[in-house]
Design a protein around this ligand. Structure first.
Ligand code: AMP
Ligand code: ZN
Length: 113
């Protein structure tokens, strides 16, 4: 997608702090962190949101969660962390390229706002 900011990060057209990359996914630091640790895990394929998860990409979603867990371990989030996916307008999604937030190193509240 030409005007997708996360596709531009994947292509290297805009700078980001990439902390993980493989053939299917990347992870990078969130530009506006909401916790001492806050990074995003995204697929290289442009999938708009969780609404578009289907048979063709469900294994990729498992891969993204695997990366989230692996990086959380590497970042020392031993006391726990939160994985967030915002979907669509009601979910508060602002970037229309599916992503999992991983937030840690502070106590999270529930319910979320
Ligand atoms: P959401 O509101 O769930 O769609 O989350 C989008 C996230 O992307 C927000 O936490 C933003 O801070 C983050 N974000 C937007 N632009 C960038 C960027 N250029 N580099 C890193 N994170 C970004
Ligand atoms: Zn995209």
């Amino acid at each position: 997608m030409d005007n997708c900011i996360f596709c531009k990060i994947i292509k290297g057209d805009i700078p980001s702090t990439i902390i993980y990359e493989d053939e299917k996914a990347i992870a990078f630091e969130d530009i506006n962190p909401q916790a001492p640790v806050h990074f995003l895990v995204i697929p290289k394929e442009h999938i708009i949101s969780a609404k578009y998860i289907d048979e063709s990409n469900k294994d990729l979603m498992g891969h993204l969660l695997f990366i989230a867990s692996k990086l959380a371990k590497e970042k020392g989030l031993d006391e726990g962390y939160r994985i967030v996916n915002n979907c669509g307008i009601d979910g508060g999604q602002t970037v229309e390229h599916i992503h999992f937030h991983v937030l840690g190193k502070r106590k999270m509240l529930w319910p979320p706002g």
